[in-house]
Ligand binder design. Structure first.
Ligand code: ADP
Ligand code: G6P
Length: 472
């Protein structure tokens, strides 16, 4: 088995299969943020990414992708049902997002969660060279740091949670709360999106495990686990360059024409998820249409909502409700050839997405709760002419950094309507001032800065990063 000095562990491998021109199946790097963030670093060392390649049954053996080794973890249909759809996405996901949907608890799901985490830990132990740095990602794999430390105490282990970490009152509902906390404490550094999450975690470890904790350090056995906030970012330069290209500018113009050249385009881009506040936004929009504050010929809403986790009941129910409401609004307020809402469930390639961002005078990002929300950051990066109003929920992690956005509480229907109107009617000079400030922040604090700050905190001695010449 080839071993690496740097190992990233995530539920999914950072690749998609596609069909090559000769018809063969080809694996390509997927365009996700984490992959772009780590790619420059991963290429400089024989790095390995441990994850699931999609599908069920035996793990395919994959070639290196862009110089990064792919180590696949097999998952069966039962694993997917009970670990991914069950414990990860019907217990932890709703609980960590303020329980906006009811979390479900089943013993069989917990058994699968343990089993799958054990499999990831063993796969990682097999590919990490002595003293390697291992970086475990997200809520699907919270037990991996502890399990891995038991197998390989020589490793330097980091854990990063991309989603919110809830306040103690909510986390305490989990029947296996102690095991989950102990799993995370197997890491040397536990990273969160926001300082509040690190604070919640520190409080919980004291309350549940009785350990001594501050918002920066937790004493466990004979070790110190460091904790902190490392807000994830995007490849700002890449999105800006793409959005600024003549092809994307031209595509944006065509989009605008196809939309009927309205005075105002409002855009929302979400995974179809109940955390994203899609229904609340549709209600606000519908009431603005009904009261005549917004008129169909003048303003259009483009709602992109890619179906997600489609075998989980709560997601099926949400999709049905959203589609019924979009149909109702279009039926009531649309005209022939002029729908009130352009509703799209397709995945878009990066250039098309950049063109949509460029065409949007107002970007409405109004989740009920979100770890970060990268769409908000991508929109800002794409506004190369410093125009565009970002309407942003206070409950998105990105609101901490993008404080110049038009901030709203999506639970407050009147506030949401008012926020939308303010963004639509904002003075262009004010819009530009706000956008400039947000763009300057994202140019400084991009995905590479994020990876650098996390990994240098994890690699305290600096030995790995020194050997690699830095992560960026
Ligand atoms: P989440 O991680 O909860 O889905 P984020 O906003 O943080 O939410 O990230 C979503 C990512 O998915 C962004 O990078 C966005 O560009 C991408 N994305 C969302 N919708 C689409 C779509 N229809 N086609 C392609 N990419 C999409
Ligand atoms: C969030 C999670 C990621 C997850 C993504 C898409 O961003 O933090 O870990 O990959 O949603 O969800 P999916 O279930 O399709 O992987």
């Amino acid at each position: 088995m080839r071993q690496s000095s740097l190992v990233v562990v995530a539920m999914r491998l950072p690749i998609d299969d596609s069909v090559a021109p000769d018809g063969a199946c080809e694996w390509r790097r997927s365009p996700g943020g984490l992959v772009s963030a780590l790619h420059p670093l991963l290429r400089q060392t024989p790095a390995t990414w441990v994850g699931w390649a999609g599908g069920s049954g035996p793990a395919p053996s994959l070639p290196d992708v862009d110089g990064v080794r792919m180590h696949t973890v097999p998952l069966t249909l039962d694993d997917l049902r009970d670990h991914y759809e069950g414990f990860a996405n019907a217990t932890l996901w709703p609980l960590y997002h303020d329980a906006v949907e009811q979390p479900e608890h089943h013993r069989r799901w917990w058994e699968a969660y343990q089993r799958v985490n054990q499999r990831y830990a063993e796969a990682t132990a097999a590919v990490a060279e002595p003293g390697a740095i291992v970086w475990v990602q997200d809520y699907h794999l919270q037990l991996v740091p502890g399990l891995l430390r038991a197998l390989r105490p020589d490793l330097r282990i980091g854990f990063f949670l991309h989603v919110p970490f809830p306040p103690p009152e909510l986390f305490m509902q989990l029947p296996r709360r102690a095991e989950l906390l102990r799993g995370m404490l197997g890491a040397d550094l536990v990273g969160f999106q926001r300082a509040q999450a690190a604070h919640n975690f520190a409080q919980l470890t004291t309350k549940v495990l009785g350990v001594s904790a501050t918002d920066r350090r937790i004493a466990v056995d004979d070790r110190v686990v460091r904790i902190g906030a490392f807000p994830v970012s995007i490849d700002t330069a890449e999105m800006s360059a793409l959005a600024g290209s003549p092809e994307v500018a031209e595509r944006a113009q065509r989009f605008r024409r196809d939309l009927g050249d309205p005075a105002h385009v409002i855009l929302s881009v979400d995974r179809m998820d109940y955390t994203k506040g899609i229904e609340q936004r549709l209600t606000a929009y519908s009431e603005l249409l009904a009261s005549g504050h917004v008129k169909v010929r003048d303003t259009v809403l483009v709602q992109v909502a890619v179906p997600s986790r489609e075998r989980v009941g709560q997601y099926q129910v949400l999709r049905d409700r959203v589609e019924r409401e979009v149909g109702r609004i279009n039926g009531e307020f649309g005209r022939v050839g002029e729908p009130a809402i352009h509703y799209l469930t397709q995945p878009f390639d990066r250039a098309e997405l950049a063109a949509l961002y460029r065409v949007a005078d107002v970007m409405a990002v109004t989740p009920l709760r979100d770890g970060m929300n990268l769409v908000a950051k991508e929109y800002v990066a794409a506004r190369v002419d410093d125009s565009g109003a970002l309407l942003l929920s206070e409950f998105a992690g990105s609101a901490t950094e993008l404080s110049q956005a038009y901030l709203v509480n999506p639970h407050d229907l009147e506030g949401l309507k008012q926020g939308l109107l303010s963004a639509l009617e904002a003075d262009p000079a004010d819009v530009t001032t706000r956008m400039r400030a947000m763009r300057a922040h994202l140019h400084r604090y991009d995905i590479r800065a994020w990876a650098r700050s996390y990994l240098s905190a994890l690699d305290e001695s600096g030995s790995l990063l020194h050997r690699l010449g830095g992560p960026a």
